[in-house]
Design a binder for this molecule. Structure first.
Ligand code: FAD
Length: 310
C-alpha cells in the first residue's frame, strides 16, 4: 500500500461518522440556561397573545426575556411599555433591545437612563437596520454610529448588563468574516457581557463560529439564537435579508406542508430539538429562543433540553 493510499484510508476512518450516533438525553446533562425573545404587540389581540405566551413560558424561569425594538425605532413606546409591564407584573428579568437608528446620542442615553431608573438592568445594544425604504444604513447625525459606540455610551451611564448581536454566518454588510469578527471583539472590549447570535440551522455553523471567537480571544458567552420554524416561507424570506443560510435539507423537510400546519409544527419541533441536542452534546449550556410570541414550540424544545417549570 502506498503512502497516499495509507493516508487516504486513515482520513476516511477519521471522517466517516459512526453508523449509530447517540446523543446524550437531557437526564444525563445539566439543564441549560434559557432566555426568550418577544416582539412588542401592534394591537389588543396581539397583546393578549403575547401575554398568554409570556405566562406559559414564565414557569421555565429563563435568565432573562428580551423585547425587540422595531426597525427604525418604530416600536419605541411599545417596547418600553412591554418591558415595563414585564418588570411590574411578572417574576421575569426583562431586557430591552435598543438601536442607534433615528435618534441622537442624547436621546438614546435618555432612554437608557429611564430604563435604569425603572429597574431595567439589561440592554441588548444593536446598531439596527436601515428604516423601510432605505437601502443602506446611515448613522443619524449626532447619533451612535454603530453598536460598539452605543455599548461605550451605556457603560458611561450605569453598570448595565449588555448583550450584543453576533453573526455565525457573517453580517451581510461585513467586508469579510475576519472584519466581522473584529467588530464583535470591539463590542466586547467596549464592555458587552455576552453576544447573542443570529439564528442558524446547522449546528456546525455555530460550533465553527465559536471556535473562531475563542481563537480571536473572545471569552464572554456567545449564546446561540434558536429559531423554531413555524412558517417556512417567511423564514426563507427573512433569512435572505439577514444572511442566514437555509439548508436544502430544511427546505426538503417542509416541502409539501404548506397547507398542513399540524405536521409542520411536528417537523419544526423535531428539527429544533435535533439542533439543540447536538449543541448541548457539544457543551453549549445557554440558549436564546426567538419565540415570535408563540410559546408552544419553545416550551416543547425547552422540555427536551431538560428544563422543567420551576
Ligand atoms: P454592529 O455590530 O454595529 O455591526 C454589524 C456588522 O456590520 C459588523 O460586524 C460589521 O461587519 C458591519 N459593519 C457595521 N458598521 C460598519 C462599518 N462602519 N464599516 C464596515 N462594516 C461595518 N434590529 C432591530 O432593529 N431591532 C432589534 O430589536 C434587533 N434585535 C436583534 C437581536 C439579535 C440577537 C441580533 C443578532 C440582531 C438584532 N437586530 C435587531 C438586527 C440588527 O440590528 C442588524 O443585524 C444590524 O444590521 C446590525 O446590528 P449590530 O448591532 O450587530 O451592528
Amino acid at each position: 500500500m502506498s503512502n497516499m493510499e495509507d493516508r487516504g484510508s486513515t482520513l476516511e476512518r477519521w471522517l466517516t461518522p459512526p453508523r449509530v450516533a447517540t446523543l446524550p438525553w437531557p437526564s444525563e446533562l445539566a439543564a441549560p440556561k434559557l432566555s426568550f425573545e418577544f416582539f412588542p404587540p401592534k394591537n389588543a389581540k396581539l397583546e393578549a397573545d403575547l401575554w398568554a405566551c409570556i405566562r406559559r413560558l414564565e414557569p421555565l424561569a429563563p435568565r432573562f426575556v428580551s423585547v425587540t425594538y422595531g426597525a427604525g425605532g418604530s416600536t419605541r413606546a411599545r417596547t418600553h411599555e412591554t418591558v415595563a409591564r414585564l418588570g411590574r407584573e411578572t417574576s421575569l428579568t426583562p431586557a430591552a433591545h435598543l438601536t442607534c437608528v433615528g435618534a441622537t446620542r442624547e436621546e438614546v442615553d435618555e432612554v437608557a437612563r429611564t430604563y435604569w431608573q425603572a429597574g431595567v438592568r439589561h440592554i441588548v445594544a444593536l446598531r439596527g437596520d436601515p428604516p423601510a425604504g432605505a437601502a443602506t444604513y446611515e448613522p443619524h447625525p449626532g447619533g451612535y454610529a454603530q453598536a460598539e459606540d452605543m455599548v461605550r455610551g451605556l457603560r458611561r451611564i450605569a453598570p448595565f448588563d449588555i448583550s450584543v448581536g453576533a453573526y455565525p454566518e457573517v453580517h451581510p454588510a461585513a467586508l469579510s468574516p475576519d472584519a466581522d469578527l473584529d467588530f464583535l471583539k470591539r463590542k466586547i472590549d467596549a464592555g458587552a457581557n455576552r453576544a447573542i447570535t443570529q439564528y442558524f440551522f446547522d449546528a456546525d455553523v455555530y460550533l465553527r463560529f465559536l471556535d473562531r471567537c475563542h481563537a480571536a480571544g473572545i471569552t464572554v458567552p456567545i449564546v446561540p439564537g434558536i429559531m423554531p420554524v413555524t412558517n417556512f416561507a417567511s423564514v426563507k424570506r427573512f433569512s435572505a435579508m439577514c444572511g442566514a443560510s437555509v439548508p436544502d435539507w430544511l427546505a426538503r423537510l417542509f416541502d409539501g406542508l404548506e397547507e398542513d400546519e399540524a405536521t409542520r409544527r411536528l417537523v419544526a419541533a423535531t428539527v429544533a430539538a435535533e439542533q439543540v441536542r447536538i449543541l448541548q452534546a457539544n457543551g453549549v449550556d445557554e440558549f436564546h429562543f426567538y419565540t415570535l410570541n408563540r410559546p408552544d414550540l419553545t416550551y416543547a424544545i425547552a422540555h427536551i433540553l431538560g428544563v422543567r417549570p420551576a
